[in-house]
Design a protein around this ligand. Structure first.
Ligand code: SAH
Ligand code: MG
Length: 903
């Protein structure tokens, strides 16, 4: 029996007891004001941050309201889930008979007058039912109960486990329980339930009058998915009147008698949306249900809507409509949101082993799942998360990672460091928890995370190859796509069973696409190459950043075409397979600052539609042959593999972190209140400072690169919107666009100035000029300047990197590299640096000391050398504050934040 007991345990505790690790809480920030105003904003931003929690359970996702404490948001989400599922602490798993009684009891509760006054989403349906006239008065479609009440859903699962995957079975069970209830009536023409005793007039009145007065007509976009696989999926508009009943409208479109014949899938897509597939159950299903016959699944096979069923994971019959309409807990009004064709095709693409990677990089037409992983160079969602997502989408259990230490017996050298060599095995299980694939790889890693990410990626790549060859037979599958050294155990029967449905839906178009791709690879012709050859060319292993646009053009048309995809800044590792072949060919033929165009044959319509949310009405299948995709690409930047790898892989903690800690020590020792970072780049120092406890009140960054500054603004805005260590005392943070060889009086007399790995990016004269201006005009009390130590380069070049596998991936070691980064104009020896600094110090009345980070500092010095200038006491008064100079303000504010002092 269902009772409403008071629970002493917290909602989270109850959820934990029931779901354990399967409950996933995700807290997101919600800005009260000024959301999305950053970056590039010159007005002060004062955002209050609130939290919303999304709780994902195996069959239910709920979203809390907004709270100022994360804790409260989580508890609230847990409470909503408990209410929806009707969980009680220590609940026992009921028997099918017990569950059936419970279902009857639950239905009885749903039809009480008290229930009508609750905030349950089903109340929306009641309201409509009570407003109807004639024979439909007070009739609630059973499917509405199946849609709205998660508790009914979970009880039905205990009666028959298949109710989870079959909405029509759910309908049948509810109808049966309603018939068995003494206080409910079922209609004989269809699947409606009604109360035996009429609703109390008071309840009706409260309910009907509680509705918003104005009844607007709303038009919402939805997607129509025909049952026939050869028929095109189309966009469609649904007209909804808040006064009317949305299920009537859907029934009308699906040409069904009345809303009780409409069934719905569970919600799909984004968490907390009401997006569902609606469909009408075939007549014969109703007749067999009405006759109390058990539904014969194979009988209905022919009318299964495979596309909709695949995405929802439930059995959907006939034509289906994907719409985001419904009553919610959040408000008593009807919620409706547009569902575009793009949304549908993205869900479809997300089912592919590499689909979610493309989506996560917002580069459907450009990104490819890389063939190997390296910690420093990976961009986008991590392989482990991608594999988890893939399994979840295919309703497989989560992948199992098993990391083992490897002992090399022949290695008798006991004096060698006893670092671990790790290997990771991955198991993918079927829905029934039988093995599908068990893979282990020969590669070893020093870090557990590297072992896991690499293995996950290899499994994904195996699936990627398999998904292009889905028509394989059982005997062809035994050793399909496995390299000789890999020990990969495949279970062909189970694999075919899990993916057969997918095969029947998508195999054809996918195979065609991959054939097409192979043809493409041979013809990439660049045109319109613009810009001077800077000589800096993306090389294998380097992280390259490009901007690009992809347009769809009709052959012979001179117009602009249709913009499908655009990225201002897209980074990828050259040679890792992270972009389409033509894109890689293009990027590696251009030098930094050059741009070019090339055209390719367009991918299938499905892929194009996933890439664009603009109206695709111009695209119809037959026309695609006359279309082409035109890419316009510009190479923005190339990070040499050496510097990046050295910084993160060779030193622990990474050099950048050591520099931050170095700066923090000086900030704290000097009790600095203000800091300016000269050449702040994308804000890595400022960002990390926010995580430290210092008494800094003012943070300023200057750079000449708008692109870097924009990135810095984003990063800082995000950090400051969170609770970070420094937020308590920080009063302002500003980013200026300007050259540090140019004086600006706003930055005069700061407590500390930093100039981290910047001077080597300027010509030597400019470095000299910066030094003079910094010490004579900006006059910080302390100035910290760091730059690479040229004498350390041979060590970096000689030494093998600690991660052996990265060398293998590289194919060959980078050749002798004069400087650590292509953009460096010089790299100084200790002697050169010390001369520069000593001359400056004595010229401008500063003292200077030398140290560094990276390495012990013994011969040949630190990897990164640092000069710390301190202003002499005699130089307290100076010219920077006086005369015309004090009016000099050439810098432009790019972004500004004013602290929230109460916090
Ligand atoms: N300090 C940052 C960035 C180092 S990269 C870090 O440690 O991460 C060097 C930066 O110096 C680049 O962002 C470049 O735009 C900037 N820079 C080069 N010349 C400059 C100049 N004259 N004025 C301001 N910034 C400059
Ligand atoms: Mg540098």
């Amino acid at each position: 029996m269902v009772t409403m007991k008071k629970q002493p345990a917290t909602p989270k505790a109850i959820i934990h007891q029931k779901f354990g690790q399967k409950a996933r809480y995700q807290v997101e920030e919600v800005a009260d004001v000024a959301e999305n105003l950053c970056p590039g904003l010159t007005i002060p931003q004062q955002t209050k941050i609130k939290y919303r929690c999304i709780l994902e359970l195996p069959d239910l996702t709920v979203s809390s309201g907004t709270f100022s404490r994360k804790k409260d948001a989580e508890q609230s989400a847990a409470q909503i889930a408990i209410e929806k599922l009707g969980i009680e602490a220590n609940e026992q798993i009921p028997t099918p008979e017990g569950a059936f009684d419970e279902l009857i009891a639950r239905l009885n509760i749903l039809f009480t007058d008290e229930f009508l006054l609750s905030t349950h989403p089903l109340v929306g349906h009641f309201r409509v039912a009570l407003k109807r006239e004639g024979s439909l008065f007070g009739l609630v479609p059973i499917s509405a109960i199946a849609i709205c009440d998660s508790k009914v859903n979970s009880i039905c699962k205990f009666i028959d486990i298949h109710a989870e995957s079959d909405p029509s079975l759910l309908l049948y069970l509810i109808s049966k329980a309603a018939k068995a209830s003494t206080s409910l009536l079922t209609s004989d023409n269809g699947f409606f339930i009604q109360k035996q005793n009429p609703t109390l007039p008071e309840a009706t009145e409260v309910l009907v009058s509680s509705q918003v007065c104005e009844s607007k007509n709303v038009q919402t976009e939805a997607v129509f998915i025909p049952v026939g696989l050869n028929e095109e999926v189309k966009g469609l508009k649904i007209d909804i009147c808040e006064d009317g009943y949305f299920l009537d409208v859907i029934a009308n479109i699906l040409k069904t008698r009345d809303p009780s014949h409409i069934l719905s899938s569970r919600t799909v897509g984004k968490a907390s949306s009401e997006m569902r597939f609606y469909f009408s159950a075939p007549e014969c299903l109703f007749s067999s249900l009405a006759k109390n016959e058990v539904v014969n699944a194979t009988y209905f096979e022919a009318v299964v809507n495979k596309r909709a069923s695949y995405i929802s994971g439930q059995t959907i019959y006939g034509d289906a409509i994907l719409a985001n309409v419904g009553y919610t807990w959040r408000s008593s009004n009807l919620l409706c949101e547009d569902v575009s064709l793009c949304t549908y095709y993205r869900m479809l693409l997300g089912q592919l082993p590499d689909g979610y990677y493309k989506l996560s990089r917002e580069a459907v037409l450009t990104a490819e799942l890389p063939s190997f992983y390296s910690r420093a160079n990976w961009r986008g969602s991590l392989p482990k998360d991608l594999l988890s997502f893939f399994c979840r989408n295919h309703r497989l259990p989560q992948p199992i990672f098993c990391v083992q230490k490897v002992v090399f017996l022949e290695d008798n050298d006991t004096t060698s460091d006893n670092t671990n060599f790790l290997r990771c095995e991955v198991k993918i299980l079927s829905r029934s928890e039988e093995p599908l694939i068990v893979c282990s790889f020969p590669d070893t890693y020093r870090k557990e995370s590297d072992a896991i990410q690499n293995s996950a990626l290899k499994v994904l790549n195996w699936f990627k190859v398999y998904f292009r060859q889905l028509d394989l037979l059982e005997n062809e599958l035994h050793s399909f796509g496995i390299a000789p050294e890999e020990s990969f155990k495949l279970y062909p029967k189970a694999i075919l069973q899990e993916f057969s449905f997918w095969t029947s839906v998508f195999a054809k178009s996918l195979c065609n696409y991959s054939k097409l791709n192979r043809i493409l690879e041979n013809r990439v012709v660049l045109s319109n190459i613009e810009g001077p050859d800077s000589g800096v060319i993306p090389s294998v292993g380097s992280v390259t950043s490009v901007s690009y646009e992809v347009r769809l053009l009709r052959e012979g048309d001179d117009g602009e075409g249709y913009l499908l995809e655009k990225n201002e800044e897209f980074e990828f590792e050259v040679g890792s397979g992270a972009v389409t072949y033509p894109m890689e060919v293009c990027a590696t033929q251009l030098s930094v600052d050059q741009s070019a165009k090339f055209t390719v044959v367009p991918p299938p319509r499905d892929v194009i539609l996933a890439s664009t949310s603009t109206d695709p009405s111009y695209l119809s299948d037959t026309h695609l042959e006359n279309w082409r995709l035109e890419y316009e690409v510009k190479v923005l930047q190339v990070a040499a593999p050496m510097e990046e790898r050295m910084e993160t892989a060779f030193f622990s903690p990474p050099l950048s972190k050591q520099r931050v800690e170095f700066a923090v020590r000086h900030i704290n020792q000097s009790h600095a209140l203000s800091l300016v970072d000269f050449g702040c780049g994308s804000g890595s120092l400022l960002d990390s400072l926010l995580d430290h406890n210092t008494c800094l009140e003012k943070l300023v960054g200057v750079d000449i690169s708008i692109r870097a500054l924009t990135r810095a603004a984003k990063v800082l805005h995000q950090k400051l919107s969170n609770h970070c260590a420094m937020r308590a005392c920080l009063k302002s943070a500003v980013l200026y666009d300007g050259s540090i060889t140019d004086f600006d009086a706003q930055l005069y007399n700061f407590d500390i100035g930093t100039c981290i790995e910047v001077i080597e990016h300027m010509e030597e004269e400019q470095a000299q000029q910066f030094g003079d201006i910094a010490l004579s005009k900006f006059c910080p009390k302390i100035l910290i300047v760091s730059t690479p130590n040229y004498e350390y380069n041979p060590i970096l070049q000689r030494s093998s990197l600690p991660n052996k596998e990265e060398d293998q991936e590289e194919g060959e070691k980078p050749g002798p590299c004069k400087f650590r980064n292509h953009d460096h104009k010089f790299e100084w020896t200790r002697c050169q640096f010390e001369k520069w600094a000593n001359d400056l110090a004595s010229k401008h009345g500063y003292s200077v000391e030398f140290s560094g980070v990276g390495g012990s500092g013994d011969e040949p010095g630190f990897a990164s050398q640092i000069a710390v200038f301190k202003r002499g006491l005699l130089r307290e008064g100076n010219n920077g504050s006086r005369g015309m100079e004090s009016l000099r303000r050439p810098y432009e504010i790019l972004w500004e934040w004013c602290g929230n002092r109460e916090r």
